[in-house]
Design a binder for this molecule. Structure first.
Ligand SMILES: [Zn+2]
Ligand SMILES: [Zn+2]
Length: 241
């Protein structure tokens, strides 16, 4: 399949996972305990993918200046998720008192829209470079997509929005992911710009969004799952690369 067609198809798959994550929280009786395993596995797999695969590929196609773009990608997400947004963390939002001001929930949505746009940029730039890079970046993105949709929908619910509006916010994240894929498809000759930026974003999501959630869990099981996430990348590399 053509790399662009494949990235659009997988971008849509990732978007569906966002929407499914949102549905889990509006459907109160749906089980959600397994989501934390996605967070821990996703953290390890994303961290390994960005450092072991995305950064070296970026340096190869752009040279040393790719390092600056990796840092820029990291800082863009720090700015939109944790600087202009007063209260944000992955997982279920239970601090209702933080969202008495309705605008706060929109600042979280805006921050996550920027982040998910780069999830899409990451998938498409991966496939533009190689099939292997595209698939593992897709897996890395996919592993945190359900918790991501879950997170934004719970923020909206905490701020007092209806279940329909709250769920729609997870659809917005899915749409931003597909928009990222399409943007990279149009600007495919700028992949040496998109890939390092997306690498920085992926490091941020793994190390600064997901790992803190893993660390909140008591016991050693969740912490160990991060290593299994890392190990999965090496296994895939051994058998399929
Ligand atoms: Zn909170
Ligand atoms: Zn994401």
């Amino acid at each position: 399949m053509h790399p662009i067609a494949l990235s659009i198809l997988l971008g849509l798959t990732a978007a569906v996972a966002n929407v499914f994550g949102g549905a889990i929280i509006v459907q109160k009786h749906w089980d959600r305990s397994y989501l934390r395993y996605f967070v821990a596995l996703g953290a390890g797999f994303m961290l390994a993918t960005s450092i072991i695969e995305m950064i070296p590929a970026s340096l190869e196609i752009r040279g040393r200046s790719a390092a600056f773009l990796v840092l820029l990608g990291y800082l863009i997400i720090h700015f939109f998720e944790h600087t202009v947004t007063p209260h944000f963390h992955f997982g279920e939002e239970t601090h209702r008192d933080e969202f008495l001001d309705i605008h706060k929930s929109y600042s979280v949505l805006f921050g996550l829209v920027i982040h998910t746009f780069f999830d899409g940029i990451a998938i498409a730039s991966g496939f533009i470079v190689s099939n292997w890079l595209g698939w593992i970046i897709f897996l890395a993105v996919f592993l945190h997509k359900i918790p991501e949709g879950f997170t934004i929908t719970s923020v909206m619910l905490a701020s007092g929005k209806s279940r329909g509006t709250s769920w729609a916010s997870s659809v917005a994240l899915g749409a931003a992911t597909v928009a990222g894929v399409l943007t990279m498809a149009v600007f495919r000759h700028q992949v040496s710009f998109g890939l390092p930026l997306a690498a920085g974003v992926t490091i941020y999501v793994a190390a600064s969004d997901l790992i803190p959630e893993v660390n909140k869990e008591p016991g050693v099981r969740m912490a160990l799952l991060v290593f299994i996430g890392v190990g999965c990348l090496f296994l895939l590399d051994h058998f399929f690369h």
